[in-house]
Design a protein around this ligand. Structure first.
Ligand SMILES: [Zn+2]
Length: 353
């Protein structure tokens, strides 16, 4: 083990310095130059600082001993009976890795909250939310969306009448809006709004197909798919409102993120669920369920030439699989209606006129 260290001894009073050698005797630090020796006891050392480069500076009255060798400070502490002489900054003590680990440990709860707690709490909140609250959220969303669309009010009235005549509303009053859009699409908003793009009406050639579309979208609403999608999409923004039970601000947050929510899509399994629910609604209402697969086939045939144009297919994946699934379910409904009521037929004629 190294026993002597080259050092510089400064004198603050005389502003002088000289080269010395620092070495140890039991319990004593010996500082020696060409002419004399000084002995510093632990009690003599008024301050001991360790610099970032590992060099040590000891003060004894006007004297400052500067030892650049980083082995000096641990050696001195050992000779002084493991006395902690050197004050270390927090950073020096824990080092770079320690800092990173501390940072990670501090961030870990946040990461856990972000990844698991937020989705869990929002999913629970969706279960607690009342249909009235869903309608409020849906209304704010709808209001923020409505300004982005050109509404066809005549067709809106007609499709609304058609939908009312289907009697599939459940607890949510279905409110139809037909908008002028070149994209073949339709989507459901929490609480009962269904936005139908007029292009999808254009590809239909039978009332069962419109009934099928509305039943499918009503399925998304009644199964709360759109509400869950909104909460999932905005979970981080909504989190504090939910935690503090401040449901009043939910609608405001939803309204502010209206356009972000317009592009919400559902997973394959939710689409299949909405299809099955739609079939059940049609069967119960005495409407031929075959309109759903028929509409899907029409949509399959309308893949846009421009791949950048989003269409119904891109948000409703695996169309072939869905057609297969609904046709299989229809095959299991031998007593389902085969013709639409004269009332729906009449309303359909008005829409197509
Ligand atoms: Zn859907």
């Amino acid at each position: 083990m190294k026993q002597s260290f080259a050092a510089t001894l400064h004198n603050k009073t005389t502003q002088s310095e000289k080269q010395v050698v620092a070495r140890f005797k039991p319990g004593i630090l010996v500082i020696q130059d060409d002419e004399q020796e000084f002995e510093w006891l632990p009690a003599d050392i008024q301050s001991a600082r360790l610099l970032n480069d590992g060099s040590a500076i000891l003060q004894n009255g006007p004297w400052f001993l500067d030892v650049s060798d980083r082995a000096f400070s641990p050696a001195l502490e050992r000779h002084f009976g493991d006395k902690r002489l050197f004050r270390r900054s927090f950073f020096d003590r824990i080092g770079v890795m320690g800092c990173l680990l501390a940072l990670l440990a501090g961030a870990l709860p946040l990461i856990i909250v972000w990844l698991w707690v937020v989705p869990f709490v929002t999913e629970r909140a969706v279960k607690k939310i009342t249909p009235e609250m869903e309608q409020k959220i849906g209304d704010s969303w709808y209001q923020s969306l409505a300004s982005d669309f050109q509404i066809d009010s005549a067709r809106t009235r007609q499709v609304q009448q058609f939908c009312d005549a289907m009697h599939v509303g459940g607890v949510y009053p279905i409110r139809i809006t037909v908008v002028r859009e070149p994209v073949v699409n339709a989507f459901a908003v929490p609480g009962g709004h269904i936005v139908v793009f007029d292009s999808i009406l254009g590809i239909m050639d039978a009332p069962e197909q419109l009934a099928g579309l509305l039943a499918h979208e009503a399925g998304h609403i009644q199964l709360r798919h759109s509400t869950r999608a909104v909460f999932r999409e905005l979970s981080n923004q909504l989190f504090f409102s939910i935690v503090f039970g401040d449901f009043g601000s939910l609608s405001g947050i939803v309204a502010r993120h209206g356009s972000q929510l317009a592009g919400l899509s559902y997973s394959r399994s939710l689409e299949l669920e909405a299809d099955a629910h739609g079939l059940a609604l049609l069967k119960k209402a005495g409407i031929p369920p075959g309109g759903i697969p028929a509409l899907f086939r029409k949509m399959q045939a309308t893949t846009p030439s421009n791949p950048d144009v989003p269409n119904f297919l891109s948000t409703h994946p695996a169309m072939a699989e869905r057609i297969g699934a609904v046709e299989k379910q229809i095959a299991g409904m031998p007593d389902a209606a085969t013709t639409v009521s004269p009332a729906l037929q009449e309303l359909w004629q008005q829409i197509k006129r």
